[in-house]
Ligand binder design. Structure first.
Ligand SMILES: [Zn+2]
Length: 90
Protein backbone atom coordinates (compact mmCIF):
# COMPACT_ATOMS: atom_id res chain seq x y z
CA UNK A 1 0.00 0.00 0.00
CA UNK A 2 1.56 3.31 -0.99
CA UNK A 3 1.76 6.14 1.51
CA UNK A 4 0.49 9.45 0.18
CA UNK A 5 3.01 12.14 0.90
CA UNK A 6 2.02 15.76 0.83
CA UNK A 7 4.56 18.35 -0.14
CA UNK A 8 4.75 21.13 2.49
CA UNK A 9 4.64 23.73 -0.28
CA UNK A 10 1.33 22.36 -1.54
CA UNK A 11 -1.72 24.59 -1.59
CA UNK A 12 -3.68 22.59 1.00
CA UNK A 13 -5.85 21.01 -1.67
CA UNK A 14 -6.40 17.29 -2.18
CA UNK A 15 -4.27 15.99 -5.07
CA UNK A 16 -7.05 13.55 -6.00
CA UNK A 17 -10.20 15.67 -6.03
CA UNK A 18 -9.10 19.22 -5.17
CA UNK A 19 -11.06 19.21 -1.92
CA UNK A 20 -9.93 21.08 1.16
CA UNK A 21 -7.39 19.38 3.44
CA UNK A 22 -7.85 19.46 7.21
CA UNK A 23 -5.19 18.72 9.83
CA UNK A 24 -6.26 15.68 11.84
CA UNK A 25 -4.80 12.77 13.72
CA UNK A 26 -5.67 9.44 12.18
CA UNK A 27 -5.02 5.74 12.72
CA UNK A 28 -2.65 4.65 10.00
CA UNK A 29 -3.19 1.10 8.73
CA UNK A 30 -0.61 -0.70 6.66
CA UNK A 31 -0.50 -4.31 5.58
CA UNK A 32 2.74 -6.15 4.91
CA UNK A 33 2.05 -9.71 3.82
CA UNK A 34 -0.04 -11.25 6.60
CA UNK A 35 1.01 -8.64 9.15
CA UNK A 36 -1.24 -5.66 9.59
CA UNK A 37 0.18 -2.61 11.27
CA UNK A 38 -1.85 0.08 13.00
CA UNK A 39 -0.34 3.33 14.21
CA UNK A 40 -2.58 5.61 16.27
CA UNK A 41 -2.48 9.40 16.57
CA UNK A 42 -0.66 10.02 13.31
CA UNK A 43 -0.81 13.66 12.15
CA UNK A 44 -2.25 13.76 8.64
CA UNK A 45 -4.00 16.03 6.22
CA UNK A 46 -7.40 14.59 5.47
CA UNK A 47 -9.50 15.64 2.49
CA UNK A 48 -12.89 16.96 3.58
CA UNK A 49 -14.37 15.75 0.31
CA UNK A 50 -13.00 12.27 -0.46
CA UNK A 51 -11.38 11.37 2.87
CA UNK A 52 -7.97 10.69 1.33
CA UNK A 53 -5.20 10.91 3.92
CA UNK A 54 -1.84 12.46 3.11
CA UNK A 55 1.23 12.71 5.31
CA UNK A 56 4.10 15.15 5.55
CA UNK A 57 7.44 13.68 4.36
CA UNK A 58 8.88 13.42 7.90
CA UNK A 59 5.71 11.71 9.13
CA UNK A 60 5.87 9.25 6.21
CA UNK A 61 9.50 8.48 7.15
CA UNK A 62 8.41 7.69 10.71
CA UNK A 63 5.60 5.49 9.43
CA UNK A 64 8.02 3.49 7.31
CA UNK A 65 10.10 2.82 10.44
CA UNK A 66 7.03 1.29 12.06
CA UNK A 67 6.55 -0.86 8.97
CA UNK A 68 10.07 -2.18 9.52
CA UNK A 69 10.82 -4.03 12.73
CA UNK A 70 12.40 -1.12 14.55
CA UNK A 71 9.58 -0.74 17.06
CA UNK A 72 7.96 -3.17 19.45
CA UNK A 73 4.18 -2.91 19.18
CA UNK A 74 2.34 -1.27 22.06
CA UNK A 75 -0.19 -4.07 21.91
CA UNK A 76 -1.17 -6.76 19.44
CA UNK A 77 -4.64 -7.60 18.23
CA UNK A 78 -6.20 -10.61 16.58
CA UNK A 79 -7.73 -9.93 13.26
CA UNK A 80 -10.67 -11.71 11.73
CA UNK A 81 -12.28 -11.71 8.37
CA UNK A 82 -15.98 -11.13 8.35
CA UNK A 83 -17.85 -13.65 6.23
CA UNK A 84 -20.02 -12.02 3.63
CA UNK A 85 -22.56 -14.85 3.81
CA UNK A 86 -23.73 -16.22 7.15
CA UNK A 87 -23.20 -19.96 7.46
CA UNK A 88 -26.44 -21.90 7.39
CA UNK A 89 -26.92 -23.98 10.51
CA UNK A 90 -29.30 -26.37 8.77
ZN1 LIG B 1 -10.00 14.58 -2.01
Amino acid sequence: MPINIVNPTDTGKCVFCGGELKQKTVTFAHQVGKRCLLVEDVPAEVCAQCGEETYAPDVADELLKFAGEEFQPLRTVQMFKFRAKAQSSE
